[in-house]
Structures are given as C-alpha cells and as structure tokens.
Design a protein around this ligand. Structure first.
Ligand code: ZN
Ligand code: ZN
Ligand code: ZN
Length: 75
C-alpha cells in the first residue's frame, strides 16, 4: 500500500502549511500604508485625504495598503 503512505505524507504537508499560514496571519501586526510609512520617515504625516481620514479614526489607511487589527480581536 505505497500509495496510501504517499497520500498520508501529502495530507500532513498540506495541513502543516495551513497551520503555518494561520499562524502567520495571527502574527501579522497591523501596519501603515507605504505612503504613510514614507511620510513618517521624513518626519511628516501623510497628506493623503484617505489616510488623514483613517488616522482620525485611529486606523491605518486600507486604501493605501495599510492593515488594521480585526475588530473582533478587541473586546
Ligand atoms: Zn498615507
Ligand atoms: Zn490612504
Ligand atoms: Zn496613500
């Protein structure tokens, strides 16, 4: 039954990679958009309208590639 062994290994590899992906997503911290990071490096705040609006809500601009912590994670 060689083929069942191979299937087992493949299944193990797939589940391992899924677990890794889930961990990576968990560890991914919210980050700002590139434009905001660039502005920050220059000692400024990003002048993009969308980023200013997001900053007012204490969020990172998702339009410019920023990410925010999912609301469900906060209680
Ligand atoms: Zn920005
Ligand atoms: Zn923006
Ligand atoms: Zn921007």
């Amino acid at each position: 039954m060689k083929s069942s062994k191979i299937l087992f290994v493949v299944a193990a590899l797939i589940s391992a990679s899924f677990a890794f992906a889930a961990d990576a997503a968990k560890d991914a911290a919210p980050h700002k958009g590139k434009c905001c990071v660039k502005a920050e490096k220059e000692g400024k705040t990003c002048a993009h309208e969308c980023c200013v609006a997001a900053a007012k809500e204490h969020k990172n601009c998702e339009k410019c590639g920023g990410t925010n912590a999912p609301a469900a994670a906060k209680h």
